[in-house]
Design a binder for this molecule. Structure first.
Ligand code: DGY
Length: 350
């Protein structure tokens, strides 16, 4: 039987040329409007395709793939992939990929921007000025916290955590402490000027804490009321990881009652809904999950995801070996659907 062109679903509007690039090799069903697809919609879209390009808006697990016999590859546009149930995908032989590396520096830039904005009360100052409050220059207006010379804490020391540490240490002369599942090799620690400490020691000793760890069931609300109580009341908390890491009500309470000076969040537990308790506070900066949102980086992320998707469908230079497969063990043990098919599908033009 002649090979047919693979069918792919693009779950959210991306760049115009993304669809064109995929259409050179595949039949593409593209989504025109940003959509919060329901589980039933996801299942319906995945039922008939070989591959899908998805984002963190799309939560895909056993139920969504139960009736998707042709599905071989899901390429997530993003480094975090807690929207995907990797266990369920692996059990079904479906490969999944993410987009590490290309967004590291951009996301670290945003983390640092948020830290500066919160510690130096930049957004609060802007709003205060626009609201007509600036009657006279005063010595004590908007006093904030220094970054230079202070102690920066990083929870989660992967690529982005290290990029933030580098900015703090080399750019601002900060002392950097970190906590992570495992300690980095000494030369990596030295490169970013960071010292490993326990979780409690981190909380108690830092002036600013940036959260960059992946979201898992184990670290759900790892920053809760008890953790916040261990931090200095003068400290700043920044979350650029995933919303579920922080107990938002406990954070709002600490900020409202002077037990924490300031915070900045780019991610929320129930996006795009932000709790009114957070919205009501002036000592928190709130951005709409834009960590990797520079034009150049978003383009790079989409390109990586497209390359992964095509590779997972047996097309292109990495055919059969997506560079960023999360469950790459399927390729090694022969349980990936693409491997089980025993042949490469797709357009031979490439
Ligand atoms: C990521 O890559 O995980 C971001 O949060 C989404 O762009």
């Amino acid at each position: 039987m002649a090979d047919r062109r693979p069918r792919v679903w693009v779950s959210q509007p991306l760049f115009d040329d993304t669809v064109a690039q995929l259409a050179a090799y595949c039949d593409v069903v593209a989504t025109e409007q940003v959509s919060a697809h329901s589980a039933a919609e996801l299942a319906a879209q995945l039922a008939d395709v070989d591959g899908a390009l998805v984002t963190l808006n799309d939560r895909i697990g056993a139920a969504e793939i139960a009736n998707a016999p042709a599905l071989k590859m899901i390429a997530n546009v993003g480094v975090g992939y807690n929207n995907l149930d990797i266990g369920a995908l692996s059990a079904a032989g479906i490969l999944a990929s993410n987009t590490p590396d290309v967004l590291t520096e951009t996301t670290a830039d945003l983390g640092f921007s948020l830290l500066m904005a919160a510690a130096r009360r930049i957004v609060e100052s802007d709003r205060w000025l626009r609201d007509g409050n600036w009657g006279q220059w005063s010595f004590t207006t908007m006093l904030g916290a220094d970054l230079h010379g202070s102690t920066l804490g990083i929870l989660g020391m992967g690529r982005i955590g290290q990029a933030i540490a580098r900015r703090g240490h080399h750019g601002f002369g900060m002392k950097v402490l970190y906590h992570n599942r495992s300690q980095l090799p000494a030369e990596q620690e030295q490169a970013v000027g960071a010292r490993y400490v326990g979780f409690d020691e981190l909380l108690a000793n830092v002036d600013h804490l940036v959260l960059v760890l992946p979201y898992t069931a184990q670290n759900h609300h790892i920053i809760n009321a008890a953790a916040l109580a261990q931090m200095k009341p003068s400290a700043t908390l920044v979350n650029i990881a995933r919303g579920g890491i922080v107990d938002e009500l406990a954070l709002a309470d600490a900020l409202a009652h002077g037990r924490l000076a300031s915070a900045a969040l780019d991610v929320y537990e129930n996006e795009p809904n932000v709790r009114p308790e957070l919205l009501a506070l002036c000592n928190i900066v709130l951005t709409p999950h834009i960590g990797s949102a520079s034009l150049a980086t978003r383009r790079a992320m989409v390109q990586v995801a497209v390359d992964n998707l095509l590779a997972g469908l047996g097309i292109g230079p990495d055919a059969g070996k997506p560079a960023n497969a999360i469950n790459a063990e399927l390729l090694g043990n022969g349980t990936a659907r693409i491997a089980a098919a025993g042949k490469k599908i797709g357009d031979k033009k490439r």
